[in-house]
Write a protein that binds this ligand. Structure first.
Ligand code: SF4
Length: 499
C-alpha cells in the first residue's frame, strides 16, 4: 500500500500567484511572482512543511506502507506537474495539506484527480481543522479530514486502513464519512512529549531549498524546538486552530542538538532557523538548549522565531551559543489594537529596549507588523510605519490582518459584520483585505499596507547602500546577478519581500 503526502502546487491556475502551502504559519501566504522568471528563486520565502515532514518520518518508521513526501511548492511546479506526479505515483491515500487561500482552487482539482486515480483523499491543515463539517459537506469527495495536529492521527488512520470503510470512530482527530453524514471525532490530545516524534523527513523534501530568516549563511535549514505559545493572540492560526490550546511543549535539548549536528553534517546547513511559534517564551528551555550547544561545541549559527520577553542574561547566553538573529511580532503600536487581539503585553518601549539589547550582542532582528487589526486607524498605521523605520531592525514585514476560519478573530469578525467576503482565495494575508471596519475600509487597509511596504523598501535600499558590509552579504548570498535581478523585480512590484 502506498501513501503520498503532498504540499499544494506553487501555481494553481494563475501563473502569477505563488502559493506557499505550509499550514503552520500565522497567516496563509501567496506571492505575486512569475513562474520561471529569472531571479524568482532568489527572492522566494519558503517555509518547510513541518506537519508533512514529521508525518512522513513517522509513517516511514511506524508503518509497513510505502511512504513518499513531495512538495511541488518548493520545486516551483504548477498544477499540471502536480496532476502528472500524482497519476504516475498512484497512491492508495493522498494526503494534502491545504491552506484557506488555496482551498477553492485546489479542491476541484483533487476531486477530478481522485476520479482518475482512485485514491482515498485525506485533507489536513488549518482550514479543514477550523470548519471540518462544512468543508466535508461542501466537498463530498474528501474521505478523511485530519483535524488539528495530525501526525499521530495519520499514523493511526494508515494502520487501521484495512478496516475501511468502518472502524474510524475511535481515531481521535479524524473527520470521516458515515453514510451520508460527516462525523467529527473528538480532538486528539496534543503530542507530549515531542521527543516521541522522529526527526522530520529531509530525504523526500529538499531541506536546503526552503528559505526563511537567513541571518547568516545558506543553506539555512529549518527546525522546531517547541510547539505552542501561551499568549493566545486571537488571530494566530497554529495556536487557535491546529493546537487549539495555549500549552507550550518542548523537545529535549539533546534531541534538538542531535538534529542540529545531523543537518550540518548530512545536509550542509550553515545556519539553523527554529521556526517555533516562539522559541524563547520559556527561559529554562532556551537556556538548556544553549548549554547543550556550548557543551557539545556545536559551531553552527542559529536563529529563531521568538518574542521580546526573553531576559537579558538568557539573550547573552544565546549569543554565546551562536545565536545570530530573531524574528518577532510587534504587530501594532496602538495599545487598543493589541488589546483587541489579546496581545496586550507588547509595548513600544519594551520592543525598543529589546532591539537595542540584540544590537549590543550582535543579534540581527526582524520585526513583523500587521495592518488592519480591530481598532486600527490610518493615523495608527502611519505611526507604526514611522516607528518601524526608527526602530533599527534589520528587516520588517507588514501583513494584512486576516481572520482565518477556526480563530476567535474570525468569529468576532463574523459576529460584528466586518467580513467583506467568504471568497477564501482573497484570504491571502498579503495584498487583499477581507475586513471592512466602520472606521477603516478594506480598500484603505490595502493602501496602507502598500504604503508600509513601499516606505520600508525605500528605507532598506537607503540603509543597504550606506552599509557596504550589508551589501556584500546580500551579494554573497544571492550572487551579483541574483541581487540585481531581485532588486529590479522588487522595484517593479513583482515580488513581495518577506521572511
Ligand atoms: S505571540 Fe505569536 S505565536 Fe503566540 S499566539 Fe501570538 S501570534 Fe501566535
Amino acid at each position: 500500500m502506498k501513501i503520498l503526502l503532498s504540499n499544494i502546487p506553487a501555481y494553481i491556475k494563475d501563473p502569477e500567484r505563488h502559493y506557499n502551502g505550509a499550514g503552520s504559519q500565522r497567516w496563509s501566504a501567496t506571492y505575486k511572482i512569475r513562474k520561471g522568471d529569472p531571479g524568482a528563486a532568489e527572492w522566494k520565502y519558503m517555509e518547510y512543511p513541518f506537519n508533512i515532514g514529521y508525518s512522513t518520518a513517522l509513517l516511514k518508521r511506524d508503518t509497513d506502507w510505502t511512504v513518499k513526501a513531495w512538495d511541488p511548492c518548493v520545486l516551483d511546479l504548477d498544477v499540471n506537474d502536480f496532476r502528472s506526479y500524482v497519476k504516475s505515483y498512484s497512491p492508495d491515500i493522498l494526503l494534502v495539506e491545504v491552506p484557506t487561500v488555496a482551498f477553492p482552487l485546489m479542491l476541484p482539482i483533487l476531486g477530478e484527480l481522485k476520479k482518475e486515480v482512485g485514491f482515498k483523499l485525506a485533507v489536513s491543515g488549518p482550514h479543514i481543522t477550523g470548519i471540518p463539517e462544512d468543508t466535508m459537506n461542501e466537498y463530498k469527495f474528501i474521505d478523511f479530514g485530519l483535524v488539528g495536529e495530525y501526525e499521530l492521527t495519520l499514523r493511526e488512520l494508515v494502520n487501521s486502513y484495512s478496516k475501511f470503510p468502518s472502524g474510524f470512530e475511535e481515531i481521535h482527530g479524524l473527520a470521516f464519512r458515515h453514510g451520508d453524514s460527516v462525523k467529527v471525532n473528538q480532538r486528539r490530545m496534543l503530542i507530549d512529549p515531542l521527543d516521541q516524534l522522529p526527526f522530520p523527513d529531509r530525504e523526500d523534501l529538499p531541506a536546503q531549498r526552503y528559505e526563511d530568516a537567513v541571518f547568516a549563511d545558506t543553506p539555512c535549514i529549518q527546525m522546531l524546538s517547541s510547539r505552542g505559545c501561551p499568549v493566545g493572540c486571537t488571530f494566530c492560526v497554529p495556536i487557535q486552530t491546529m493546537f487549539a490550546s495555549s500549552m507550550y511543549r518542548r523537545r529535549s535539548p539533546k534531541e534538538i542538538v542531535d538534529e542540529m549536528i545531523l543537518v550540518k553534517d548530512k545536509y550542509g546547513a550553515r545556519q539553523v532557523y527554529f521556526d517555533d511559534d516562539t522559541m524563547v517564551i520559556n527561559k529554562k528551555h532556551v537556556q538548556a538548549v544553549c548549554q547543550e550547544i556550548i557543551d557539545r561545541k556545536v559551531d553552527l549559527p542559529w536563529s529563531c522565531m521568538g518574542d521580546i520577553t526573553i531576559a537579558e542574561d538568557a539573550l547573552k547566553m544565546m549569543a554565546d551559543a551562536g545565536f545570530c538573529g530573531i524574528k518577532f511580532g510587534v504587530d501594532s503600536v496602538t495599545p487598543q489594537a493589541l488589546k483587541a487581539v489579546h496581545k496586550g503585553t507588547v509595548t513600544t518601549d519594551k520592543v525598543t529596549t529589546f532591539v537595542q539589547k540584540c544590537k549590543n550582542l550582535g543579534i540581527k532582528t526582524h520585526a513583523s507588523f500587521v495592518v488592519g487589526l480591530p481598532s486600527d486607524t490610518r493615523e495608527g498605521v502611519y505611526n507604526m510605519v514611522d516607528y518601524a523605520l526608527h526602530l533599527g531592525v534589520d528587516n520588517a514585514q507588514f501583513s494584512i490582518a486576516t481572520p482565518f476560519p477556526g480563530t476567535p478573530f474570525f468569529e468576532e469578525a463574523k459576529a460584528k459584520g466586518w467580513l467583506r467576503t467568504y471568497d477564501w482565495t482573497q484570504y491571502d494575508g498579503e495584498r487583499t483585505a477581507v475586513l471592512n471596519y466602520p472606521n477603516l475600509s478594506s480598500k484603505e487597509i490595502e493602501e496602507l499596507r502598500q504604503y508600509a511596504v513601499d516606505t520600508w523598501f525605500k528605507h532598506m535600499v537607503k540603509t543597504t547602500m550606506k552599509n557596504p558590509k550589508n551589501m556584500m552579504l546580500q551579494i554573497r548570498r544571492r550572487g551579483l546577478k541574483g541581487s540585481i535581478t531581485g532588486i529590479k523585480a522588487v522595484m517593479k512590484g513583482k515580488y513581495v519581500l518577506n521572511g
